[in-house]
Design a protein around this ligand. Structure first.
Ligand SMILES: [Zn+2]
Length: 437
């Protein structure tokens, strides 16, 4: 949606508000026949059962053993989809150890159970501690090549409480509306992964690869309140939960997924828009972010050494094909201001890096794993004696830039926008519904 007129935005958002208010909650008991509805305004998706979905989140790296502490009685099973097979009347300090293709659950040196997959379902309240960290929900332990892994089976809204502060920070009271937006975005993103990952061991990782999740330690009362107040509220597009990507700062224009991640599914609500509105007098909502504009400088030799490492890692090319750096050429800029591709010319071969992968190749510092803030930049290449002598970038934004700009969303919250208005600004065309009670 073009954001040239705030009136259009508000008109759209009014529709959103109506939809939001009209959808959701338990279905009322109808005593008299309801008037016939000619045509539904939006496709309506109801879950077949009324329970909140459970997500499966990988919370550990593979290891030879995992420490588990549980304070209540618990059940042990061998398949998360099946009823448990044993009950233990007291908790305690347990370990799950990898032994070939099987796992061994132990307590005080004694084997309690052996199976290829082990589930632990607590009886009653209380957290389960995994390697000392408390989590809500239950756990499934599985064998992988690298050892045993722990997967948190947790109701989605409990999961979101451990996600929000890690993903959008600790907000001031006048910014709380952004917690609502983040709750809906994170919930919709999670649900959009469930079907895709159904046959895999878990739905999401607890890292930036999906959403950073820190369990109970990552919770904050105000963020948890936003999760509760938006319970079940999901953004849909074409009747399915929207893949609501987000990143820290868009630099003034959100990214077009077709340019940033051409290898992923492209949805129309992720094609990118100017991040501005009339209330900011044409300025971007995220212009106060410390990441709004930035510079990076490399000497030719430094960048050459970085590329010798990152090109083989990221593109899988042979190290012998990365030689002396002769030129760096940007191949087109999208309407979202981001570089589409870069050609790296060396005396042993040329390589083309596309989209957001550029950030993993052009690392700002030699020896550091921090990636380039964004692909929105102007490139200035200096050459001397047939070789690159220096490279300067002037860039904008931090993150892939696709979907919501979190710095902009926080600013919109400060300026009094509602969460439905902020969502329609960053994800035009999605609609909000209550997906579970
Ligand atoms: Zn922005």
């Amino acid at each position: 949606m073009n954001r040239s007129s705030i009136r259009c935005l508000l008109a759209c958002c009014a529709c959103f508000s109506l939809l939001f208010l009209s959808c959701g909650g338990p279905r009322p008991i109808v005593k008299e026949p309801a008037p016939a509805i000619e045509k539904p305004v939006e496709p309506i998706v109801f879950r077949p059962d009324d329970r909140a979905p459970v997500v499966r989140v990988l919370v550990t790296k593979p290891a030879s053993s995992i420490r588990v502490r549980i304070s209540s009685a618990f059940f042990v099973g061998e398949d998360p989809a099946e009823p448990p097979v044993r009950r233990f009347d007291s908790g305690g300090d347990l370990t799950v150890r990898s032994a070939g293709n099987r796992l061994i659950l132990k307590r005080s040196g004694k084997d309690l159970h052996k199976a290829p997959v082990i589930t632990i379902r607590k009886v009653g309240e209380g957290n389960v501690y995994i390697n000392g960290k408390p989590y809500r929900g239950d756990f499934t332990f599985r064998s992988t090549q690298g050892g045993v892994i722990a997967i948190n089976d947790i109701e989605i809204d409990d999961y979101l409480k451990g996600v929000l502060p890690a993903e959008i920070g600790y907000l001031r009271e006048d910014q709380f509306e952004a917690y609502f937006v983040q709750a809906i975005a994170s919930r919709s993103y999670s649900l959009s992964k469930l079907e895709e990952k159904r046959l895999e061991m878990y739905d999401m990782k607890a890292t930036i690869m999906d959403q950073v999740y820190r369990g109970v330690q990552g919770e904050h009362p105000e963020a948890s309140r936003a999760v509760d107040d938006t319970r079940g509220t999901v953004a849909l597009f074409d009747g399915i939960p929207a893949r609501m990507y987000y990143s820290a700062c868009c630099g003034g224009h959100t990214a077009d997924i077709r340019i940033g991640w051409p290898w992923k599914s492209a949805y129309p609500y992720l094609y990118g828009n100017r991040d501005t509105g009339e209330v900011e007098n044409g300025k971007s909502f995220c212009y106060r972010s410390p990441h709004f504009r930035w510079r990076v400088h490399w000497s030719g030799r430094t960048l050459e050494n970085i590329l010798k490492k990152t090109l083989p890692e990221e593109l899988g090319v042979k190290p012998s094909t990365v030689g002396r750096l002769q030129d760096i050429v940007a191949q087109g800029v999208g309407p979202d201001g981001r570089i589409k591709a870069i050609e790296i010319v060396t005396d042993r071969g040329s390589h083309v890096v596309t989209g957001d992968r550029i950030r993993w190749v052009f690392l700002p510092k030699h020896g550091s794993r921090a990636i380039l803030k964004s692909t929105m930049f102007k490139l200035d290449v200096k050459k001397a004696g047939g070789r690159v002598s220096a490279v300067n970038l002037v860039g904008g934004g931090n993150g892939h830039g696709i979907g919501m700009c979190q710095a902009g969303a926080i600013r919109m919250a400060e300026r009094g926008y509602g969460h439905d208005e902020i969502i329609s600004h960053y994800y035009p065309g999605v609609s909000l519904v209550r997906y579970y009670p």
